[in-house]
Ligand binder design. Structure first.
Ligand code: HXC
Length: 257
């Protein structure tokens, strides 16, 4: 790995992916995205990882796709590179992903954060889709996930003007889960990860999958999908353990079985 650092099991059942192109503000070149994809595929298979955190550094989560790498490309080059199959694989990660965001979270960086399931932001985080300033538009979900997160008016403003919003505004609009002082954003992400890591990983996976269906399916079908996942969980040892622990007034010990 050249552009990311992966720390497996940095806390119990929690693994960390750190974007590591600090001089370029973690601009997402094609190799970096391939590395994220590879790491997520690996962590998704790893028995001892239940939650994944993706972070950058204090100055930047990621300032977008690598403009220098894209600048000379034509439409056919972009079509042949087909970078979005990489993004599609990232999107299919079964385990929950938390983005721990500080500093610039722009363009493809914001799109990557929005593919994650929850976002913990530092007070210094700035979110934006500034592609319009360089003569293009978002291509990895910025017009869709952002609109669903913050609503049409603000999404239009961000996508058409390229203006950034602060962490506090992102919180008020529902783009992020929590805003904390800059020295605490990673710690806060670990606290959230620890909460998820102690649940049944199968129930977490089914629940994540069901929530995501609300973006993709009509309501009636999505409710049906939810119900099937709910029934399926009654085939797990974790359901027996969770309900027995409640009745016996003790903490459940979920095994992911
Ligand atoms: C390549 C980038 C970059 C990017 C920053 N850098 N963003 N390189 N691609 N997206 C590089 C700069 O060229 C510079 O390198 C170094 O990082 C530091 O950046 P500065 O501009 O000097 O820092 P600063 O003045 O603090 O400004 C920070 C900034 C600005 C506001 C974030 O860098 C900026 O506007 N970046 C571009 C943001 C953007 O347009 N993102 C969307 C990209 S398109 P040197 O070598 O000069 O020191 C996109 C499409 C996604 O994301 C489609 C799906 C994949």
């Amino acid at each position: 790995m050249e552009f990311i650092l992966v720390e497996k099991h940095v806390k119990p059942f929690v693994s960390l992916i750190r974007l590591n192109r600090p001089k370029e503000l973690n601009a997402l070149n094609l190799q970096l995205m391939q590395e994220i994809k590879g790491a997520l595929l690996d962590l998704d298979e790893d028995e001892n990882t239940r939650v994944i955190i993706i972070t950058g550094n204090e100055r930047a989560f990621a300032a977008g796709a690598d403009i220098k790498q894209m600048a000379g490309k034509g439409a056919v080059d972009m079509l042949k590179i087909d970078q979005f199959t990489t993004w599609d694989t990232i999107k299919k990660t079964k385990k929950p992903i938390i983005a721990a965001v500080s500093g610039f979270c722009l363009g493809g960086g914001n799109e990557l954060a929005m593919i994650c399931d929850m976002i913990i932001a530092s007070e210094t985080a700035q979110f934006g889709q500034p592609e319009i300033n360089i003569g293009v538009m978002p291509g990895a979900g910025g017009t869709q996930r952002l609109t669903r997160a913050v609503g049409k008016a603000k999404a239009m403003e961000m996508v058409l003007t390229g203006s950034f919003i602060s962490a506090q505004v992102a919180l008020a609009l529902g783009l992020v889960n929590k805003v904390v002082p800059v020295e605490l954003y990673l710690e806060e992400a670990f606290k959230l990860a620890a909460k998820l890591a102690e649940k049944s990983p199968i129930a977490i996976q089914m629940a994540k999958e069901s929530v995501l269906k609300s973006f993709e399916m009509p309501l009636q079908e999505a409710l049906f999908f939810e119900r099937k996942n709910f029934y399926m969980l009654f085939a797990t040892e974790d359901q027996k353990e969770g309900m027995a622990a409640f009745v016996e007034k003790r903490k459940a010990d979920f095994k992911g079985k």
